[in-house]
Write a protein that binds this ligand. Structure first.
Ligand SMILES: Nc1ncnc2c1ncn2[C@@H]1O[C@H](COP(=O)(O)OP(=O)(O)OP(=O)(O)O)[C@@H](O)[C@H]1O
Ligand SMILES: [Mg+2]
Length: 695
C-alpha cells in the first residue's frame, strides 16, 4: 500500500476484476436464496417484456390488418397450397374449387420466391382485399363473390364507418381481449419487478452488513503498527464510503445487469426468428456502438481517476483543517487555508466538468446510434411491408424490439461509473482484510493466574527498521514491587510499556511474565491483568461513569470509590449531571488534568495485577498530585507497578529506579543508591531540587 493518501485513492479504474468479484460473491453466498428468488422474478419480468411486442403484432396482424388475396388455381394445386400453409382458418373457398381467398398473413409465412412466381403467373392477385359479408354490400366499392364483399385495401375509406364497426365486431372483441391480456401481463410484470428489486436489494444490504461487521472486526484486531501507517480518516472512509459504493453497485447495477443482458440476447434471438434480414439490418449499427463505447471507456476512466484524486485531496485538506482549527485560528491562517482549499476545489470542479462532458457526449451518441438502427429498420422494413414481404404487425413489433435492445446500452455510462468505483472500493476493502495483525495469539496458549513478576531480557526494539529505540534492555520486577523509569524525552520509556502490553513485539530478546514469554500468553489475558494510564488520556463520548467502567461489570459504588481515590469526585460532581454527564468527543470539554483523573479512576476500577502509570500525574496541580500520590501508594501495595515520571519527587519511593537514555538503561537502583552514585540521576535530582527551591 502506498503511503500517500492522495495517490492511494486514485484507483486503477478496473471495471471488472474476477478475483475481487469472486471474493465479493463469498459474502453474497449466504443470501443466495434471495438471489434465486430475485432471478425468478427477473425472468418473469423479462419474459413479459419480450412477450409484449409479440402480442401487439398478433393484434395488428390478426384483427387490424385482416387482408386477403385471391388465389385461382386447379383444385389439386390448390390443395397443395393449403397443406403448406397449414391453418384452414386462413382459407376461404369461393364459388368453385379453383378459387380461394387466402389470408395475407398466411402468405407472408410462405417462401418469397414461390409467392412471386404465383403473382407473376397470375395465380395470385396482387391486389389485397378486406372482407365483409355480401349482405352489407353498398355498391360504392369492391365486388361481391360468393357471399363475400371484397373491398380493395386502398378503397377501405369508402366503406361507411357503421358497416366497418358492425362487421368487425369480432375483431374489436379480439383486440379487447388482447388488451386485457396485456393489462394482466403488465400487472404481473410490475409485481415481479417489485419482487425482483426488493429481493436483490435486501440480499445486497445483508451482504454489505456482513462485510461491514467483518471489516470492523478485522480493523480492530490490527496492530498499532498498522494504525501509525493508516490515518484514521482513511479507515473511516473504508468502512463507510467504500461499502456504500459496493451497495450502490448492488442496487443500481446488478439489479438490472442480468436482466439487461437477458433482454438484449433474448431480443436478438427473437429478431432473428421474426426476420433474419431485418435483424441483420438492425444490427448493422453495432460497430458504431462498439467504437463509441471503447472511446468512452478510455475517456471515462481518465476522467474518473481525476475526479477521485481531487476529491481525496479535498477531503484530506478539509479533515486536517477542521481538526487543526484551533491552530489555524490562533495563527490567523484562515485566509491562506481558504485559498488553498479554493485551489483544490477549482481542480475538483474542473475534473467533474471534464467527466460531465465525456458523459454528455456519450449518452446522446448512443441514443443517436440507436435511433439510426431504428431508422434503418423502418426504411428497409417499410419497403418490405409495401411489397408484402412483411406484415405491418411484424414491423411494429420489430421496432419495439430494436428499441428495447438498445435501451440498456444508453444508460451504460452511469453503470460504468458505479461499477468502477465499486471495484476500486472492494479492492481497498480487501487490501485491509488481507492485512495480517502483527500480534497474534500463540497456537497453544496457556491461561494462567498471573502473579505479576516482570522480566525484560536483553530486549531490542525498533518501530522502523534500522532505527533502534531500545537496546539490550534487561531488568526484572518481582510481583508486588515497583519500578520507576526516568529519562529525557524520547528515551524509550513509553516504548518499554508498549512492549509489555504487547502492542508491539520485540525484535530480539524476550519479555517474561511470571517466567512465561508474553508471546506464549493469550493477548487477552495479558492485557486483562494490566491497567494503564497513558500520557494522552483518552475519553470516549459517553457518560463519565461509562468511561470509568469501560465495559466492566461494576456497581455505581465501585465506580465512585475509584473516583474518590484519585480525587476526581469533586470536579465530577460539579458537572451538570455528575457521573451521568455525557462527554464530548475525546472529552473536549474537560481539562487535560481532569481527563487524566478519569483515566486514573478507570485504571483503578479495573483492579489489575499490574499497574502502569505513564506520566499519569503530569497534568494535575501539585496539591492534587500529592493527594493522588497517596492513593497510588495504597494502590501499589500488592501490585506490580511501573511508573514513568519526569518529576522525581513522585517516584522516590519506588523499589527500583531505572535511568534510561537513548534506549539504554544507564543507571539502576533505589533512590538512595542512585544519589550515592552521584551519576546522571544525582544531577537530575539536583537540577529539579534547585529549581523547586527557587520557586
Ligand atoms: N509509533 C512510533 N513510530 C515510530 N517511532 C516512534 C513511535 N513512537 C515513538 N517513536 C520513537 O521512539 C523513541 C522513543 O519514544 P518513547 O515514546 O518511548 O519516548 P519516551 O521516553 O516515552 O518519551 P517522553 O518522555 O517524551 O514520553 C522516540 O525517538 C520516538 O521518536
Ligand atoms: Mg512517553
Amino acid at each position: 500500500m502506498r503511503g500517500n493518501p492522495f495517490v492511494e485513492d486514485a484507483v486503477g479504474g478496473k471495471l471488472y476484476d474476477r478475483t475481487l468479484v469472486r471474493r465479493l460473491l463469498h459474502y453474497v453466498k449466504p443470501h443466495r436464496k434471495l438471489i434465486f428468488l430475485a432471478m425468478f422474478f427477473m425472468i418473469v419480468t423479462a419474459g413479459v417484456e419480450l412477450l409484449i411486442p409479440y402480442i401487439t403484432k398478433q393484434g395488428i396482424d390478426n384483427y387490424l390488418a385482416k387482408l386477403y388475396q385471391v388465389y385461382t388455381a386447379p383444385a389439386e394445386v390448390n390443395l397443395g397450397l393449403r397443406e403448406t400453409c397449414g391453418d384452414s382458418a386462413d382459407f376461404i373457398p369461393l364459388d368453385s374449387d379453383t378459387t380461394l381467398l387466402v389470408r395475407k398473413a398466411a402468405l407472408d409465412r410462405m417462401d418469397r420466391a414461390g409467392r412471386n412466381r404465383m403473382e407473376e403467373e397470375g395465380e395470385l392477385s396482387r391486389q389485397t382485399y378486406y372482407l365483409f359479408p355480401a349482405d352489407r354490400y353498398d355498391g360504392e366499392t369492391g365486388m361481391v363473390m360468393n357471399g363475400h364483399w371484397l373491398v380493395p385495401e386502398n378503397e377501405l375509406s369508402r366503406v361507411p364507418l357503421s358497416v366497418i364497426l358492425d362487421v368487425r365486431g369480432g375483431d374489436i372483441a379480439g383486440i379487447r381481449n388482447l388488451a386485457l391480456l396485456l393489462g394482466v401481463l403488465i400487472v404481473i410484470s410490475l409485481a415481479a419487478g417489485y419482487g425482483h428489486v426488493m429481493a436483490l436489494v435486501i440480499a445486497g444490504q445483508r451482504s454489505m452488513y456482513d462485510v461491514r461487521v467483518e471489516l470492523f472486526r478485522h480493523i480492530q484486531e490490527l496492530s498499532l503498527r498498522f494504525y501509525s501507517k493508516n490515518p484514521i480518516g482513511r479507515l473511516v472512509t473504508r468502512v463507510t464510503n467504500d461499502i456504500e459504493a459496493l451497495n450502490e453497485m448492488f442496487s443500481a447495477v446488478l439489479v438490472n445487469l442480468v436482466k439487461d443482458v437477458l433482454l438484449i440476447f433474448g431480443t436478438a434471438v427473437i429478431l432473428f426468428i421474426l426476420n433474419v434480414r431485418l435483424a441483420l439490418v438492425s444490427l448493422a449499427v453495432t460497430p458504431i456502438f462498439v467504437v463509441v463505447t471503447i472511446f468512452f471507456r478510455v475517456k471515462a476512466r481518465g476522467a474518473y481517476r481525476e475526479v477521485r484524486r481531487f476529491l481525496a485531496k479535498l477531503n484530506a485538506r478539509l479533515a486536517e483543517d477542521l481538526s487543526g482549527i484551533k491552530i489555524v485560528q490562533a495563527f490567523r491562517q484562515e485566509k491562506r487555508r481558504r485559498e488553498e482549499y479554493r485551489g483544490t476545489n477549482i481542480s475538483y470542479f474542473g475534473a467533474n466538468m471534464k467527466q460531465l462532458v465525456v458523459f454528455g457526449i456519450f449518452r446522446p451518441l448512443i441514443e443517436v446510434t440507436a435511433s439510426l438502427g431504428i431508422a434503418l429498420v423502418l426504411v428497409y422494413g417499410g419497403g418490405n411491408v409495401l411489397t408484402g414481404a412483411l406484415t405491418i404487425g411484424s414491423l411494429v413489433a420489430f421496432i419495439s424490439y430494436v428499441r428495447q435492445m438498445f435501451r440498456p446500452l444508453s444508460d451504460i455510462s452511469e453503470k460504468y461509473n458505479i461499477m468502477q468505483s465499486a471495484m476500486a472500493a472492494s479492492e481497498r476493502i480487501f487490501a485491509i482484510m488481507d492485512t495480517e495483525p502483527d500480534i497474534v495469539d500463540p497456537s497453544a496458549a496457556v491461561r494462567t493466574e498471573i502473579a505479576g513478576g516482570i522480566e525484560f531480557d536483553d530486549v531490542n526494539f525498533s518501530y522502523e527498521e534500522g532505527n533502534r529505540v531500545l537496546r539490550d534492555v534487561s531488568f526484572s520486577v518481582d510481583p508486588g514491587k515497583s519500578v520507576a523509569l526516568v529519562g529525557p524525552t524520547g528515551a524509550g520509556k513509553t516504548s518499554i510499556i508498549s512492549l509489555l502490553c504487547r502492542f508491539y513485539d520485540v525484535d530480539s530478546g524476550s519479555i517474561r511474565l511470571d517466567g512465561t514469554d508474553i508471546r506464549q500468553l493469550p493477548v487477552r489475558s495479558l492485557r486483562e491483568s494490566i491497567s494503564i494510564v497513558l500520557q494522552d488520556a483518552f475519553i470516549f463520548s459517553r457518560s463519565i461513569e461509562d468511561n470509568i467502567r469501560l465495559g466492566l461489570d461494576l456497581t455505581r459504588e465501585q465506580v465512585r470509590k475509584a473516583a474518590d481515590m484519585v480525587q476526581a469526585t469533586p470536579f465530577i460532581e460539579r458537572l451538570p449531571q455528575g457521573f451521568d454527564t455525557v462527554m464530548a468527543e475525546r472529552g473536549a470539554t474537560l481539562s487535560t488534568g481532569q481527563k487524566q483523573l478519569i483515566c486514573f479512576a478507570r485504571a483503578l476500577a479495573h483492579d489489575p495485577r499490574i499497574l502502569i502509570l505513564d506520566e499519569a500525574t503530569s497534568n494535575v496541580d501539585p496539591a492534587t498530585e500529592q493527594l493522588i500520590q497517596r492513593a497510588i501508594e495504597v494502590l501499589m501495595r500488592n501490585r506490580t507497578s511501573i511508573l514513568v515520571a519526569h518529576r522525581l519527587s513522585t517516584i522516590q519511593n519506588a523499589d527500583q529506579i531505572l535511568v534510561i537514555d537513548e534506549g539504554r538503561i544507564l543507571e539502576r537502583g533505589s533512590h538512595q543508591d542512585l544519589l550515592a552514585k552521584r551519576g546522571i540521576y544525582y544531577n537530575l535530582y539536583l537540577l529539579q531540587y534547585a529549581r523547586n527551591n527557587h520557586a
